[in-house]
Design a protein around this ligand. Structure first.
Ligand SMILES: [Zn+2]
Length: 209
């Protein structure tokens, strides 16, 4: 689970175990969950590795616990969502190639190439899902730009713009938003489309044509 954390990474790190997180409902049954310890993991931001605390919540009814990741984290990725998004955004928009984008972000070229390839491989699915989410949230339907990568980028931007009208989302920026609504699985390896979740609303992305 990913919560729409607006805190700067420094502030999140400084809060340690005392970090204030929302008491989310169980993703399976919607029932109340209680805090259930947690774990530490690293994130890399601005070329520096930081250790963060990730709380776990447990649903007594389902007897399952869920990690509650802040939105600046992507599942199974060391680098923060803004770093990954900056590289993907530049390359998919055709601003520059992977190598200069990686150098600007301060990440290894091979790491950046992996993100770009994964995003490219999922671009149609992401584009369709986020475009539909944008409309669901009251955004204007628009003609998708040519090219799957540009389409996905535009759709993420449109969905973020529509979500920014709801309380609490604007401060996140588009890449934290994309991480939060996709459960951190924006560039995850799994083939199944993630549910897009905005607050208490769950949104099933349509299957790409
Ligand atoms: Zn439950």
């Amino acid at each position: 689970m990913v919560w729409p954390c607006p805190l700067p990474v420094d502030a999140y790190v400084a809060a340690g175990r005392q970090v204030e997180v929302p008491r989310a409902g169980c993703p399976s049954c919607g029932g109340p969950m209680t805090f259930w310890s947690g774990y530490r993991r690293y994130v890399r931001v601005g070329g520096r590795c930081r250790k963060i605390f990730v709380p776990r919540l447990r649903c007594g009814r389902c007897r399952v616990s869920h990690a509650l990741l802040p939105a600046f984290v992507l599942a199974w990725r060391l680098d923060v969502a803004e770093t990954v998004g900056a590289v993907i955004g530049q390359v998919a928009a055709g601003v520059c190639g992977v190598r200069p984008a990686a150098a600007r972000a301060g990440v290894p070229h091979t790491t950046a190439r992996g993100w770009v390839r994964r995003f490219g491989g999922r671009a149609v699915e992401l584009g369709v899902g986020f475009a539909a989410l944008a409309v669901e949230l009251g955004g204007e339907p628009s003609r998708p730009p040519a090219g799957a990568g540009r389409f996905a980028l535009a759709a993420i931007g449109a969905a973020f713009e529509a979500a920014a009208g709801l309380p609490g989302w604007l401060a996140l920026g588009r890449w934290r938003f994309a991480s939060a609504v996709s459960g951190g699985r924006l560039i995850a390896a799994n083939k199944s489309s993630p549910f897009l979740i905005v607050g208490r609303r769950r949104f099933m992305p349509p299957v790409p044509p």
